[in-house]
Write a protein that binds this ligand. Structure first.
Ligand SMILES: [Cu+2]
Length: 88
């Protein structure tokens, strides 16, 4: 068991936090999901595969990347065309 730390783009409100938890919680191996809204980070405890977590977040509309194996992203995602929260 371990922790996987993810940097999640697009989180901007408490509903996003809820969406992210709902997206990750059902995945195999996920025991706990802790979301840090202010930092834009998510910590998943358990034996989940990081690939599955990233895929689930992407599908939920929150592009994410592994924090542990960070390749410094060149720049802040080119001006976030989506603009703001994706909650509806
Ligand atoms: Cu939101």
């Amino acid at each position: 068991m371990g922790n996987i730390e993810l940097k999640v783009e697009g989180m901007s409100c408490g509903s996003c936090v809820k969406h992210i938890k709902e997206a990750l919680a059902p995945l195999a191996g996920v025991e706990a999901v802790v979301v840090d809204l202010a930092a834009g980070q998510v910590r998943v405890t358990g034996t989940a595969q990081s690939d599955a977590l990233l895929a689930a977040l992407d599908a939920a509309g929150y592009p994410a990347q592994l924090l542990a194996a960070t390749t410094p992203t060149a720049s802040k995602a080119a001006g976030s065309a989506s603009g703001g929260c994706c909650c509806h």
